[in-house]
Design a binder for this molecule. Structure first.
Ligand SMILES: *Cc1c(COP(=O)(O)O)cnc(C)c1O
Length: 538
């Protein structure tokens, strides 16, 4: 990177996906954060990370004998965390809560500081119990610990910070502490707010308005989340109800969406918000050593046999699926991977939407599909989606598999061993999507709607395929029908003939897929963009 001294960045995130067994993550946001701080370490970027040490992490998903998902929780103990000896105190519901600060660099990541309330001196030990657990009040308590506790931890550890990066709105309360500090030093609220804006940058991830977290001001007040500010000041920052994304936008010098299309969507979505920062696009990326199979990288770089290497990895996936589900897939037939959080807009069942078209292929086994994905514990619609996928596995036992408890291990296996990576969200609701990048760099061909990162990478028919033409409408019935037709057209008229009749073309496409993504969607490119466009002041 740049030779001149880079600013030191404090990166705040509610979750970090660093390793399958380190249960500090729920999904894509955490995977991004984990990859971010591993990538930062690789290039020695001055970034320190702040998060929460979750006792139980996210839910474990199990499927019962009726094919319905249910959630289980376990307490995990990690013996590799370093005790910094530092404790900071925050106020939650007008009571002091002590946060112990742990540190880890265990996964080749830059220093990650994790705040923990599960210590004997607290009555409120529950706060860091469950990632995204429970309801609004608990969430606010967690956000007080992350944001306000996080700033205090930097002070107690005497780490000087130039830029505070809020990865999603969860950390927005950190700014109340930054403002409060400046007011204690004699600034007015206005001056303190403007000075704080100069040191904060914000990343938004959610292109669905309802997905952006809000809290009634009364609830924030009751939880002591104003942190010394007045109701009127809080309302000016986040509105009432207090919207964490709006707050992030008004508390920052500059913001970003996580792909170009997502930045456009976000600017439209928040155009009514006065006094907000501009939202630019910085497309997500992945930490390649974590996600790309070394054998595939070696074959690509040394001109080895991509197909033989792929088949070796595909057979391992098929073995993995057999161990997990008892189902034996056929390595000679096309295998489609699909793993995503079970949310309606991701449409995991789109491929089943016209059974008369797809059924013959599923019955003959010419199309095989492996699914995985969790629903949020409180999301009954998401759970129905999972149940439906499980029922498809029962209906087509030779060719459809659902793997329970999607995690980094499953994610890594599927994105390296499948032939095709399928993604068919309702455009433009997918913010970025990093699983497709993992697939692409492993020579697993993307077959995707033009949403998230894919419009930036797709060369249709050369490094993967586009489904449809970027069509958008808010009439979901029309959109789903349009995309269902487009999915079948791409799959049956273009993907299958290439797979079964033109292996040379397929292998060329694998090579092109790797070539066009391995640098453009790796963390180094992303981090350089964050420094050049966000952290370093123009
Ligand atoms: C890569 C990954 C994600 C993010 O993928 P999306 O494309 O955003 O769905 C989420 N969860 C796990 C376990 C992953 O490995």
């Amino acid at each position: 990177m740049n030779e001149k001294k880079l600013p030191t960045v404090a990166y705040f995130s509610m979750e970090y996906g660093l390793h399958s067994d380190f249960k500090m993550y729920a999904g894509g946001l955490g995977i991004l954060a984990g990859d971010y701080i591993k990538g930062a370490k690789d290039i020695n970027a001055p970034i320190v990370a702040i998060g929460i040490k979750w006792k139980q992490g996210y839910t474990d998903q199990r499927i019962d004998e009726n094919g319905k998902p249910y959630d289980t929780y376990h307490n995990y103990v990690y013996d590799f965390l370093e005790d910094t000896g530092v404790k900071v105190t925050v106020k939650v519901r007008n009571t002091d809560v002590v946060c112990k600060v742990w540190k880890t660099e265990q996964f080749g990541n830059s220093s990650l500081y994790l705040l923990d309330t599960d210590i004997p001196e607290n009555g409120d030990a529950w706060i860091t119990g469950q990632l995204y657990g429970w309801f609004g009040e608990e969430r606010i308590a967690q956000e007080i610990v992350l944001g306000i506790g996080g700033v205090k931890a930097m002070r107690a550890l005497q780490i000087p910070i130039d830029v505070y990066h809020f990865n999603e709105g969860h950390a927005a309360l950190a700014a109340t502490e930054l403002i409060r500090e400046k007011m204690c030093a004699g600034k007015t609220f206005e001056e303190a707010w403007m000075a704080t804006r100069e040191e904060v940058v914000f990343t938004t991830h959610t292109p669905i308005k309802e997905g952006n977290e809000t809290h009634p001001l009364d609830r924030l007040e009751y939880m002591t989340a104003y942190n010394g500010l007045t109701r009127d000041q809080m309302e000016r920052i986040g509105g009432n109800p207090f919207n964490m994304t709006v707050a992030g936008l008004r508390l920052s010098r500059i913001s970003n969406g996580v792909a170009e299309l997502h930045a456009d969507t976000s600017n439209k979505m928040w155009k009514e918000v006065s006094g907000r920062s501009e939202i630019i696009g910085i497309t997500n990326a992945i930490h390649t050593p974590t996600w790309v199979d070394e054998r595939m990288t070696a074959a690509y770089e040394k001109g080895g046999d991509l197909w033989a290497t792929h088949m070796e990895i595909k057979r391992e996936l098929i073995q993995f699926i057999k161990e997990r589900s008892g189902i034996s897939l056929n390595a000679d037939n096309l295998l489609i991977g699909f793993s995503r959080r079970a949310a309606p807009y991701k449409r995991s069942d789109l491929i089943f939407s016209q059974p008369e078209i797809i059924e013959p292929y599923l019955e003959s086994g010419k199309v095989q599909i492996v699914f995985s994905g969790k629903a949020h514990p409180l999301d009954d619609t998401g759970k129905k989606i999972v149940s439906n996928l499980v029922s498809m596995m029962k209906k087509y036992p030779k060719s459809v598999v659902f793997l329970e408890n999607y995690d980094m291990t499953i994610g890594a296996q599927l994105t390296r061993g499948s032939d095709i990576w399928l993604n068919n969200p309702r455009r433009p609701l997918e913010a970025s999507g990093t699983s497709g990048m993992k697939a692409a760099m492993n020579g697993v061909l993307n077959c995707s709607v033009l949403d998230g990162w894919w419009p930036e990478a797709c060369i249709d028919g050369e490094n993967g395929w586009q489904i449809g033409d970027g069509f958008e409408t808010t009439d979901f019935e029309v959109l789903d029908r349009h995309d269902s037709d487009a999915l079948y057209d791409t799959l049956l008229n273009r993907v299958l003939p290439t797979y079964y009749e033109n292996r040379n073309k397929w292998v060329q496409m694998m090579s092109k897929s790797i070539e066009t993504t391995r640098e453009a969607f790796a963390t180094k490119r992303m981090l350089e963009e964050y420094f050049n466009k966000m952290y370093i002041k123009a």
